[in-house]
Design a protein around this ligand. Structure first.
Ligand SMILES: [Zn+2]
Length: 226
């Protein structure tokens, strides 16, 4: 960024009086230094740790503490700008991983249209936008569609989760007429049991579209940082 652009940006920030999206302290960026430090404490030192799963998974951090608060704020407190730093950090971790040169296209896990209308945006698609702007990968926001408004998965048994997710996803408008040649990398905010990711992957695979794996900001499965 040229020097003069930085100065103008600085002036704008002064006038806008930006505040940290988590603690409201004055800061020129989305998060203040203290919250940034707290968030980075949640980062896994080996984000590709989960690559041995049936569907390879790449996550940035543990779903806990400040990172849990940031994701919750992004989803439930109308704070879409939180997607930018999170998407950027995920992208930087990806670019520093052995997968950096993979030729893939990115598809967000979709929300049901009713829920997306209520929220105003799909947080996975926003994270995907920022992830793609840093990695240079192409985002296909309409690669998948959500046909069923599935209830929150949190308190369901594995059997109930399975029933809930069965037929939840369909092939999106973008891929109905033109199947992609490159494998799909799914992107979501949180990786929990893997049920959502595997049902979404199954829809693509049944249509002959390869799925490279899933990237997510955080996992609720407990993992060592080493
Ligand atoms: Zn803060």
């Amino acid at each position: 960024m040229p020097h003069w652009t930085r100065n103008i940006q600085g002036l704008f920030n002064l006038f806008l009086e930006s505040h940290c999206l988590l603690c409201d302290r004055a800061t020129p960026t989305e998060f203040c230094l203290d919250c940034t430090r707290q968030l980075q404490k949640c980062q896994l030192t080996r984000p590709h740790y989960l690559e041995q799963q049936q569907l390879p998974i790449f996550v940035w951090g543990n779903y806990q503490g400040t990172l849990k608060r940031a994701i919750s704020s992004l989803k439930y407190e109308n704070q879409p700008t939180i997607a930018r730093p999170l998407g950027n950090w995920l992208a930087e971790a990806w670019l520093n991983s052995p997968f950096a040169n993979r030729q893939v296209i990115v598809v967000p896990i979709p929300l049901h249209p009713t829920r997306q209308k209520q929220r105003g945006y799909n947080q996975a698609a926003l994270i995907g936008e920022h992830f793609c702007s840093v990695t240079g990968l192409k985002l296909h926001e309409l690669g998948l569609t959500r046909q069923k408004d599935t209830a929150a998965q949190f308190n369901l048994s594995p059997q109930q989760r399975h029933e809930n997710l069965n037929k939840a996803f369909g092939l999106g408008a973008e891929f109905c007429h033109h199947r992609p040649v490159k494998p799909v990398l799914l992107i979501d905010d949180i990786y929990t049991t893997g049920a959502t990711a595997s049902f979404a992957a199954k829809v693509l695979q049944q249509e002959g579209i390869a799925v490279a794996g899933l990237v997510a900001i955080a996992t609720s499965q407990r993992h060592n940082k080493a």
